[in-house]
Write a protein of this length. Sequence first.
Length: 72
Amino acid sequence: MLLLVHHAGMDTRHEHDAAFDPADYVWPSMVAALLDDDWRVEVDEQRPRVAPDGGAGAHHTDDVVLRARRLR
């Protein structure tokens, strides 16, 4: 099983935002595009994120979730 969870919306930020360059990251959609017929994508969606107030990542409200299962 392959599971990727990524903060949603980060791909729309610009490089000057906190030294963040979206081109430096691998996105779940990029991984899904590389999977061949040996994989079945079971989940590929954006979900609400549950995080404690003030905790790490609390300012992110949604995550992108990709779950794929290897068939062979």
